[in-house]
Write a protein that binds this ligand. Structure first.
Ligand SMILES: Nc1ncnc2c1ncn2[C@@H]1O[C@H](COP(=O)(O)OP(=O)(O)OP(=O)(O)O)[C@@H](O)[C@H]1O
Length: 343
């Protein structure tokens, strides 16, 4: 549905050129919730603004529904843009208009009569569960309610795609959850494709089907969410994943040679990561039974990513080096990802 090919966007500023997006290619399929994650300045916003041409890339192709948006007329582009709704971190509602008027606003440009507009706005108010607040002004709403109104406004013209630029970054964790559930619901019920920009891996983990990780204007890692969580390749991806659990803490403890992670010469600190199917208990008893290696757990965590559990154990293996080597090989043979953290 959205196919970005070799997108490059440079800003010419008085301090020199800023290469915000460098040769990015991505494919987003219909009905997907697609996450783009990266630290501040990675180029996420610029990339997503290239999808609806709020920013015009100097190189590349933006294919949307089989049309190259850079090669069509202004009039055709206006029509294609109507198929894309967008929401923002700070909601961008019109302060002097009521909730009802904010949602009705994009419909006023269409050839719809008053009754049709009213019907559509009421439908949307029901979808976002804010019927009773229709006459309120944005200043009278909570952040979560404002974002709900912004979602309703973005959906008013029945777009095929919703572009979300840090849509939950200004919200507390509880409200973030409710907005994510709403986005999930509209993705399912309205078959809407969603592109989510975020710097929070918890958001990606909660609702995305696929994710692209951006760093310095480039996509450095891309894949389905379970694979990226279970087998992250790049340091930046591992960093993001560690923010959703306490694994980063273990690295810090090892770095600081904390007593908890001090080992002697017949010991190694091993990280074991497994997906549902190969359960950790059977594995650990097998390690001690078959290889005469003791395996004690110092940290355990289970992430549920898209309903798929991914377990991580930080363990201390105690035993003969050769036996530990064989035990690790047995783990790998059983689809467990093994990382020797300290030996
Ligand atoms: N209009 C602009 N003019 C000049 N430089 C810009 C402009 N927009 C973005 N940039 C620069 O491009 C780079 C990428 O910015 P962008 O906003 O796309 O990153 P981001 O990953 O979305 O970060 P954030 O989450 O902080 O918005 C940054 O160095 C930013 O300063």
């Amino acid at each position: 549905m959205i196919n970005l090919k070799h997108i490059t966007k440079t800003f010419n500023t008085k301090d020199g050129d800023v290469h915000a997006v460098k040769d990015v290619s991505l494919q987003i399929d219909e009905g997907q919730i697609y996450g783009i994650i990266g630290f501040s300045g990675a180029g996420k916003s610029t990339l997503v603004r290239c999808i609806n041409l709020l920013e015009k890339p100097e190189h590349g192709e933006v294919i949307f529904d089989d049309k190259d948006l850079l090669k069509i007329t202004e009039k055709e582009l206006r029509i294609e843009r109507q198929k894309m709704g967008m929401i923002f971190q700070h909601f961008n509602l019109m302060k002097s208009r009521t909730v009802y008027e904010n949602i009705a606003f994009p419909l006023r440009h269409l050839k719809m009569d008053k009754e049709q507009i009213d019907k559509r706005v009421m439908e949307l108010l029901e979808l976002i569960d804010l019927v009773e607040r229709k006459d309120s002004y944005p200043s009278q709403l909570s952040g979560g309610q404002k974002q709900r109104v912004a979602i309703a406004r973005a959906l008013a013209t029945k777009p095929k795609v919703l572009l979300c630029d840090e849509a939950t970054s200004a919200l507390d964790p509880h409200t973030t959850q409710s907005i994510l559930q709403l986005i999930k619901k509209i993705n399912k019920e309205l078959k809407l494709t969603v592109v989510m920009i975020t710097h929070e891996m918890a958001v990606v983990k909660e609702i995305c089907d696929r994710v692209a990780v951006m760093e310095n204007g480039r996509v450095v890692e891309e894949g389905d969410i379970v694979t990226v969580f279970a087998h992250p390749q790049m340091p930046v991806t591992k960093n993001f994943i560690n923010t959703t659990n306490n694994l980063g803490k273990i690295d810090e403890l090892i770095e600081a040679n904390n007593p908890l992670v001090q080992i002697n010469e017949n010991q190694q600190i091993i990280k074991l990561q497994y997906q549902s199917g190969n359960t950790s208990e059977a594995l650990i008893s097998k390690i001690s039974r078959d290889f005469n290696v003791d395996c004690s757990i110092i940290f355990g965590n289970v992430e549920v990513v898209k309903d798929s559990p991914i377990g991580t154990l930080i363990t201390i293996f105690t035993g003969d080096h050769e036996n530990i080597k064989k035990a690790l090989q047995m783990c790998r043979d059983n689809d467990v990802v093994v990382e020797v953290m300290k030996k």
